[in-house]
Design a protein around this ligand. Structure first.
Ligand SMILES: *[C@@H]1O[C@H](CO)[C@@H](O)[C@H](O)[C@H]1NC(C)=O
Ligand SMILES: *[C@@H]1O[C@H](CO)[C@@H](O)[C@H](O)[C@H]1NC(C)=O
Ligand SMILES: *[C@@H]1O[C@H](CO)[C@@H](O)[C@H](O)[C@H]1NC(C)=O
Ligand SMILES: *[C@@H]1O[C@H](CO)[C@@H](O)[C@H](O)[C@H]1NC(C)=O
Ligand SMILES: *[C@@H]1O[C@H](CO)[C@@H](O)[C@H](O)[C@H]1NC(C)=O
Ligand SMILES: *[C@@H]1O[C@H](CO)[C@@H](O)[C@H](O)[C@H]1NC(C)=O
Ligand SMILES: CC(=O)N[C@H]1CO[C@H](CO)[C@@H](O)[C@@H]1O
Length: 781
């Protein structure tokens, strides 16, 4: 420290123990302070700071403090006797031969001392007030000029000044942190503290606490600054950086401030606000650079564990992807502290992975472990290999900066930032992650990848009780179907591809391609897939009421399905089909519409399933030709059976058959006419229609609870759909509107396949694949 900039106080041995101050510049002047006037400077001459006595606000008490020189308002940076004020204007400041600085009141009681510990009788102590605002006591004897005895920077008050250490000395166990004043009039320690994150090895962050409760968090440190203050208006006139020291002896950070024109201070106010100010040395004006909390999301943990705070969304709190509200009432009560829980629980399966969450303030690092040596890839491996690791990231945003931060336990205090956010990789169950399962050639140049959540084999195995026969629902198009219950309670249906089935693999791929991108309430929902070793499986939502055929063709169950439910099913299938044919992004022809492929949900709503044979059309194509006619006898249209020609109109034909089956409760293929054993259901329906006896077609088990108009209309529409010529059949959109209206309908022409067996020559047949029951539509005639 240069003498001409610093005034020093030296102890002079005196008979009377009054403190005698002597400036270095004017060695002959000895100032004795007996009456300590408010604001009277003891040490000055320093460019920026002064040491002296003051009374804060309206207080009548007197304190020894360090303040910024000549600023308005008077800004105190440090107070010695925070809790033990002088009650009158008399007192004594003395520096003894041991280098202990003490404040004595007019009764002669030492009310404050610097607690220095120095051995050696001839310490020859000297006190300096440095340009940084640090009051230091050093031993300045001939042989050793620089032994630090004590410094005010080790005892922060409510203000952090650049150069101060905030942290912990592991040897002495002493922690250095900032404490608010009780009030503007009372510098004694208030409720609020700013503390550096303390646990050894953890990544650095700062907590603002009210007593023991964390109210705010700054950080973690990102290699350049503390995250969590993007509102910080950096001033182009000055620069600063941080030093982070973590070693065996101590752990702390120091803010280094580089400027000759400005001073910086960080403060926690009596009200718990964290503020950063800079002082322009020329005009002596203070400017606020940062104020926290600045918005709702600065309130620590507002959205609870795994919650995410966003000031720009309608609801301030949300859940990270893969999580849902723990308390659904949170929305109405606006109390989100209970946070979010996983939608799918973790089981540490090898398929578990990480979802990247971008542009956020990283969660609290209290439960995190830092390793400075790992790359991001190694970090992922490290997290994955430890089942209790919930997230990871490289917190270091400096160019080329490495480092690996691993979280264990809940992720708390995440908020979304528009700028300067960081990435976090959150561990999720495999089934929450989208994984590329297939690529679809859209044309020669463009590939569209199909992404689906992936389920681990272990999760499915547990869900289905190791594929136990008790859980088997039936045999589908490409293998057995099992019922399962995931750990969170969700019911699923698992279609397991038979290992031997080559056709199965094609159908599996086809199903994924078709249905992965389709979503409609009348289509069954694919939840994900599992491919592991020899196993290939698709996972669907479970349909508790099995399939339509189980009801309408089951003698004992027919009566469970009343007419309003059947009419609703007729509507629902048409809406699902309309979506496939015209409303979805792709045009899809199902090619295997039948009662066994209509699944029923809890409320008996129909869902079209099994897209193993479906075909997609691009652009304006509307029909295609195939050499290999596959489908189910009884539902196949004549042009498809004879020439392999399929289109939306072949689906409409199948739909017509379905409608007549739903009304009559009879299978087209299995139909046996009372007198004419050759005609099938279509022939029968046509004959009754021609005779004007259509109502005779109705399923007797429906009793009397049906609407004549709805039944007649359904039969009429069914017959329109099964007309021989595809062009005569209505489009799906027309079917939907005919069902919904009461207008007159065109007269149907005679249906195709009036007679049993007429369609069967060229058709190869396949078992039905449903997640409902075992079915085989092969009637063996
Ligand atoms: C000096 O401090 C002592 C101890 O706190 C106290 O009892 C005494 O009243 C004080 N004297 C004055 C003049 O305030
Ligand atoms: C000085 O040390 C004593 C004992 O270690 C402690 O009780 C007291 O609070 C300390 N005073 C200051 C000002 O640090
Ligand atoms: C100077 O100070 C050091 C450390 O306190 C002490 O060991 C040494 O004896 C002192 N020298 C003189 C001449 O007082
Ligand atoms: C990081 O690497 C350095 C040098 O190789 C080594 O000294 C240090 O112990 C490593 N730290 C950790 C946490 O592995
Ligand atoms: C996972 O990490 C935690 C925290 O570092 C550690 O306590 C635990 O032993 C680790 N578990 C395994 C299996 O490595
Ligand atoms: C449909 O499933 C639900 C839920 O399992 C059940 O309560 C209901 O009785 C079923 N309906 C019929 C007609 O079986
Ligand atoms: C080979 C082929 O069919 N390519 C077509 C793929 O689709 C794009 C537009 O969707 C056409 O421009 C290509 O001719």
């Amino acid at each position: 420290m240069e003498m001409n900039q610093t005034i020093c106080i030296m102890l002079l041995y005196s008979v009377i123990f009054f403190l005698m101050l002597k400036t270095c510049r004017s060695l002959d002047t000895i100032v004795v302070h007996q009456n300590l006037l408010d604001g009277e400077t003891i040490i000055s001459g320093n460019a920026a700071f002064e040491l002296g006595f003051f009374s804060p606000g309206s207080s009548k008490y007197r304190y020894l403090g360090i303040w910024f020189k000549n600023t308005s308002p008077h800004t105190v940076a440090w107070v010695a006797n925070r809790e033990t004020p002088l009650t009158d204007s008399s007192g004594m400041l003395k520096l003894d031969s041991q280098g202990i600085l003490s404040l004595v009141n007019s009764s002669g009681t030492t009310i404050w001392s610097s607690n220095s510990t120095t051995s050696g009788t001839n310490a020859n102590p000297v006190a300096h007030l440095l340009d940084t605002g640090n009051l230091v006591i050093k031993s300045e004897n001939q042989t050793n000029k620089n032994i630090l005895i004590w410094q005010s920077f080790d005892y922060p008050g409510d203000t952090y000044l650049p150069g101060m250490k905030l942290g912990k000395n592991f040897i002495t166990g002493r922690e250095m942190y900032v404490t608010s004043w009780k009030s503007a009039d009372d510098p004694s320690p208030g409720k609020y503290t700013i503390r550096f994150s303390m646990v050894k090895g953890n990544y650095q962050q700062v907590h603002i606490r009210k007593s023991s409760v964390i109210e705010g968090r700054i950080g973690p440190y990102n290699g350049i600054a503390f995250a969590g203050q993007p509102s910080y208006k950096s001033n182009p006139l000055y620069t600063f950086n941080f030093d982070m020291i973590v070693d065996e002896n101590e752990m702390y950070f120091v803010l280094n401030f580089m400027s000759t024109s400005f001073l910086l201070r960080l403060i926690v106010t009596p009200g718990g606000k964290y503020e950063v100010w800079h002082l322009d040395m020329h005009n002596k004006e203070w400017t606020q650079d940062l104020l926290l909390p600045s918005d709702k999301c600065d309130s620590y943990g507002l959205c609870g564990p795994y919650g995410s705070c966003n000031t720009l969304t309608f609801l301030t709190c949300g859940c990270l992807k893969g999580f849902q509200l723990r308390d659904p009432q949170a929305m109405s009560t606006d109390n989100w502290r209970s946070g979010c829980r996983r939608t799918r629980s973790l089981d540490c399966a090898p398929e578990e992975g990480f979802l990247k969450v971008s542009s956020i303030k990283l969660p609290d690092t209290q439960n995190a472990v830092f390793n400075a040596n790992l790359s991001l890839q190694q970090c992922e491996v490290a997290c994955k290999n430890n089942c209790s690791c919930t997230a990871y990231t490289n917190p270091n945003i400096t160019p080329g900066g490495v480092g690996c931060l691993l979280w264990f336990g809940d992720l708390i205090d995440i908020r979304v930032y528009q700028v300067n956010g960081q990435d976090l990789y959150v561990r999720l169950a495999a089934s929450e992650l989208l994984v590329k399962v297939l690529e679809r050639d859209q044309n020669s140049s463009k590939k569209e990848s199909i992404e689906l959540p992936v389920f681990s084999l272990s999760a499915i195995s547990r869900a289905t009780n190791k594929f136990s026969t008790d859980n088997k629902l039936g045999e589908g198009g490409f293998g057995p179907v099992y019922k399962g219950v995931l750990e969170e309670g969700q019911e699923i249906a698992v279609k397991r591809l038979s290992k031997s089935s080559k056709q199965g693999i094609d159908e599996f791929k086809n199903e994924v391609l078709c249905i992965a991108k389709l979503q409609h309430r009348n289509l069954v929902k694919l939840l994900g897939y599992c491919i592991q070793g020899e196993e290939t499986m698709l996972v669907y939502e479970y349909m508790p009421n099995k399939s339509l055929d189980w009801f309408i063709f089951g003698d004992l169950r027919k009566s469970l399905l009343n007419w309003p439910q059947r009419f609703n099913i007729i509507h629902g299938i048409a809406r699902g089909l309309l979506y496939l044919h015209q409303d979805s992004r792709l045009r899809v022809v199902h090619r295997d519409l039948k009662a066994g492929n209509i699944l029923l949900d809890r409320d008996m709503n129909p869902k079209i399933s099994d897209f193993g044979l479906a075909r997609m059309f691009d652009g304006h194509e509307s029909e295609a030709n195939t050499k290999k006619v596959v489908g189910t006898l009884g539902y196949i249209s004549p042009e498809y059976a004879a020439n392999g020609l399929f289109s939306v109109k072949s689906d409409i034909f199948s739909y017509g058959v379905l409608v007549l089956e739903i009304v009559s409760g009879k299978k087209n293929r299995g139909f046996v006419h009372e007198f004419d054993h050759d005609i099938n259901l279509l022939g029968h329906a046509w004959k009754l229609y021609e005779e004007g006896n259509s109502l005779d077609l109705i399923d007797r088990s429906l009793g009397e609870s049906w609407s004549i108009n709805e039944v007649l209309r359904s039969i009429h529409i069914g017959l329109l759909c099964v007309q021989h010529r595809a062009d005569d059949r209505p489009t799906t959109a027309v079917v939907v509107s005919m069902l919904a209206s009461e207008g007159s309908l065109p007269s149907p022409k005679k249906p195709a396949f009036f007679i049993h067996g007429s369609e069967s020559n060229s058709v190869s047949i396949r078992p039905s694949s449903v997640n409902g029951v075992t079915l085989s539509q092969i009637d063996g005639r």
